[in-house]
Write a protein that binds this ligand. Structure first.
Ligand code: AMP
Length: 190
């Protein structure tokens, strides 16, 4: 069972990924986390990418492709990966298919946590009393949400075409969302 999970910032993707990892004994592969680790460890790759990451741009498809290949090719992780933060564009989605195929694997399900912009705004305003610059943080959060949704749309359409996409209602509470996701995964597992 290999899973891809998508969700805009603030949708609770991290929480849900952790729950799935525990319940189904999967390994979470977050390209953002792997890249941050390279920077922290001062590796050659880390030094090469730190300015790109700090400026908020994406690193090259080759760099992230090489990173995920390490895991896909490793028998230890075979058929138990949950991809988080990857793929970010169509080239990466196709690369992922190719590399999985090469190692006799596939994606079994693509989960998209769907949350409206209104809900994201509401969640921020509920935190307002705790933060000093709430208006700024709302503006930034809205921008991140819109950028995310625009960029990821072609990738979502790609998975829709191959019938792998399941849209999960991210408006519900944590345990309701988790139950819905678990039910979908159980169905696929058969
Ligand atoms: P994230 O934690 O997923 O938001 O990723 C943090 C940063 O890592 C992003 O802003 C990108 O610079 C880089 N990154 C993570 N995943 C990818 C990816 N699939 N393709 C390109 N860059 C990525």
């Amino acid at each position: 069972m290999n899973i891809v999970i998508f969700g805009p910032p603030g949708a609770g993707k991290g929480t849900q990924s952790n729950l799935i990892v525990q319940k189904f004994k999967l390994h979470q592969l977050s390209t953002g986390e792997l890249l941050r680790k390279e920077i922290k460890n001062n590796t050659d790759l880390g030094n090469q990418i730190s300015s790109i990451i700090n400026s908020g741009n994406l690193v090259s498809d080759k760099i992230v492709g090489d990173l995920i290949k390490k895991y896909v090719s490793d028998k230890f992780y075979k058929d138990r990966l949950i991809f988080d933060g990857y793929p970010r564009n169509l080239i990466q989605a196709k690369n992922l298919e190719d590399v999985l195929k090469k190692y006799n694997q596939k994606i079994d399900i693509v989960l998209k946590l769907s949350v409206s912009l209104e809900t994201i705004k509401k969640r921020i305003s509920e935190r307002k009393s705790l933060e000093k610059r709430a208006d700024d943080s709302e503006k930034i959060a809205v921008k991140r949400y819109l950028t995310y949704e625009n960029n990821i749309k072609p990738v979502i359409d790609f998975y829709k075409q191959s019938n792998l996409l399941k849209v999960v209602n991210g408006e519900a509470n944590v345990s309701e969302i988790s139950d819905e996701i678990s039910g979908l995964i159980e169905l696929i597992k058969g």
